[in-house]
Design a protein around this ligand. Sequence first.
Ligand SMILES: [Zn+2]
Length: 244
Amino acid sequence: MSNKAKAKIFIICLVLLAYPFLNAKDLLLKSNKLVEYKGYTGQWIDNNNPDELDKIISLYSSGERDVISLNGSDYKLKDTIFIPFSQSYIAFIKNKVACSNIIETEDDFIWPLENFDRISSSFGRRWGSFHEGIDIPAPRGTPILAVSGGRVITTTYSGNLGYIVTIEHRENIYTRYCHCSKIEVKEGDIVKKGDLIARVGSTGNSTGNHLHFEVRFGEFPLNPLDFLPFSPKVKETLYLKKMD
Ligand SMILES: [Zn+2]
């Protein structure tokens, strides 16, 4: 599944699941941890605001009767109270955790350079040809990092792109890092997200030190900006740029 698809699922999950609770701030949900107590599922809360307590019970609990059976009829006088959650709130929390797992998977890319100032050339048509990646200027020797975990499938030299590292990721996604001054991995290496794989250079047909970075689905080049996290260093128009 693509990152975009995941992002969509995440947003849909969140909107659907949060809907019944949108009017309530997360009064209780300081953590996603559910606690079992006397056969009920819920959380312990500090009882320091009587107005808030009523709200919490009406919004999140399985009913005042359960609150009383667990904490006693004088529960409002106690310092800490166990709130047994309603089935719908338990489902909400569980799904919230499941959704947040979706966006924290290994598939999400990081930028291949830790620091950069700008993108000097974007993906798409350029000077009558097609630019199959993005160019990120950086000083020679700057560490290039694996954007996601995977396997180094080739480390080669081409007259055009200079020293190139190609990494295979899950689901037929490949990333290529070109014009490197030095390659720090070898074919077959398993790399983790953020591992040093090469260093920025200007090898091949290049006018200055920069990283030419590509994302491919099989052979098919994709716009890396659709995969990388949003960065304020990238001009907004590049995110909106229409392909023609
Ligand atoms: Zn380029």
